[in-house]
Design a protein around this ligand. Structure first.
Ligand SMILES: O=P(O)(O)O[C@H]1O[C@H](CO)[C@@H](O)[C@H]1O
Ligand SMILES: O=c1cc[nH]c(=O)[nH]1
Length: 237
């Protein structure tokens, strides 16, 4: 057991999906995994292990934002030997050609978080990037199935409600940032630290330019394409 995860050694698979919402973890386990068993309910942050196409896979809720996600990712990497971590989340689109329900593969993650300044000091801007093989696999799976997919930079924000949004959204959009979410930069940085593989895949739940939205029920249950991409990409390795 680790501080925040109640699993024993061997209960968590080397490949794991990481949704922010623990109810999405339960939905993924019930919908996509065979023989899924719950290994964690500490703080209601559910984790399950089962099989997908005959291979062991886990799914763990991480909560929202860098501090919560980093606790789970750190413990999974440092204490449970997890090697392939795929965030399956939601994001808000910044570009007009990115539509609600499209899939975003985060090639890199810009952030306003100070986590890497705390690590490296103020003179180094560490560039958090996706694992190339996972990124390529996910892109290949999505395009072979004619899914609407975009690859590029995302903005990992420390705030959901940002007082400077009216200024920041057009600025970041003008630098080709595709969308905003709240965890990818930290997941990529931790994966680099521990020498493991990470990818963040997000479905667009709302649009910061057009104002289009999905409902919270849709956010929980209608992201099946993204989950299929994540599982098939992880197991191609
Ligand atoms: O849907 P999840 O994975 O939680 O991701 C996004 O949704 C939350 C904000 O509503 C943040 O965690 C953000 O990154
Ligand atoms: O972090 C997020 C996630 C979805 N939509 C947003 O606007 N921000």
């Amino acid at each position: 057991m680790s501080v925040h995860i109640g699993a024993t050694q061997g209960q968590i698979a080397e490949t794991i999906l990481l949704p922010g919402d623990p109810l999405r973890a339960q939905y993924i386990a019930e919908t996509f995994l065979e023989g899924a068993e719950k290994y964690n309910d500490v703080r209601g942050m559910y984790g399950f292990t089962g099989t997908y196409k005959g291979k062991r896979v886990s799914v763990q809720g991480t909560g929202m934002g860098i501090p919560s996600m980093s606790i789970y990712a750190h413990e999974l990497m440092s204490q449970y030997g997890v090697k392939n971590l795929i965030r399956v989340g939601t994001c808000g689109a910044y570009q007009k050609d990115v539509k609600v329900r499209d899939i975003i593969l985060a090639q890199a993650a810009t952030t306003d978080s100070a986590i890497n300044r705390h690590r490296f000091g103020n003179n180094i801007d560490f560039a958090p990037v996706a694992n190339f093989q996972l990124l390529k696999n996910a892109y290949d799976v999505a395009t072979e199935r004619n899914m609407p997919v975009h690859v590029g930079n995302v903005f990992t924000s420390d705030t959901f409600y940002n007082d400077r949004g009216a200024e920041l959204v057009p600025l970041l959009a003008s630098y080709q940032v595709l969308a905003v979410e709240m965890e990818a930069a930290a997941l990529y940085s931790l994966a680099a630290k521990f020498g493991v593989n990470a990818l963040a895949i997000m479905t667009v739940s709302d649009h910061l330019v057009t104002g289009e939205e999905t409902t919270s029920e849709e956010r929980q249950t209608t992201f099946n394409q993204m989950i299929e991409v994540a599982l098939d990409a992880a197991l191609m390795k």
